[in-house]
Design a protein around this ligand. Sequence first.
Ligand code: 9D3
Length: 254
Amino acid sequence: MRVALITVFPEMLSAVRDVGVTGRAVRDGRLVLDAVNPRDFTHDRHRSVDGRPYGGGPGMVMRPEPLAAAIKRGREIAGATAPVIYLSPQGERLTDQRARTLAEGEGMVLLAGRYEGVDERLLSEAVDQELSIGDYVLSGGELAALVVVDAVTRLLPGVLGHEDSAAEDSFADGLLDCPHYTRPEVYEGQVVPEVLRSGDHAAISRWRLQQSLGRTWERRPDLLEARGPLSDEERGLLDEYISDREEKGAKDGT
Ligand code: 9D3
């Protein structure tokens, strides 16, 4: 996967390029992640990438010409078929499915805006899609672009080890993760669930599925709804989770 990120803050790429799973993907050559700075495509003395908004008002707007030139360079990095994606609060929401679709492509050109936004004519001439990462206000598109790169990179062949496969991840099966425990066996008076110490691998698998179902039912009923009808086994596990929980609730008054 080849990614070009158009940004006036190229140093922000280090968050993805230098650490963890994504850093290894770069070192292994599975991910190429290059910044293209629109400032390098200006011709005036002040290298200005922004201008005052027509019609007045506060803030500045990113000028189209340096962005067009930067995107052209970005396409050389990411490949001719790479979509140009503008990170924007007006975009469609990033989902697991959209990340999977992007991971199937050869690359992407990500455009991160600063200031109030980007001249609309550049968007209509040069941008294929707009993506948002959620309904909260960021200071610019870079962190959103890095979220896209991280989510997509994890889905590339060979990036994750077997122990952490993308197929087993939450959202792939539409459920939240089960709880996890490590040493010590007792921490702050709380003991690791008996079943996890039993060595009974079938019972452990059942317990983990039950916890995933129960937590999704409690915390994200929308995910359970979207997943469709439960199998008979899943229904039985969730019913047992709910009655156990009501029994506990009767004891501690919740
Ligand atoms: C205070 C400025 N706002 C006026 C109503 C508009 C605005 C402009 C630019 C709000 C945020 C931004 C910067 N955000 C992004 O570039 C961005 C973003 C986000 O803020 N939230 C979620 N996803 C994204 S993707 C890009």
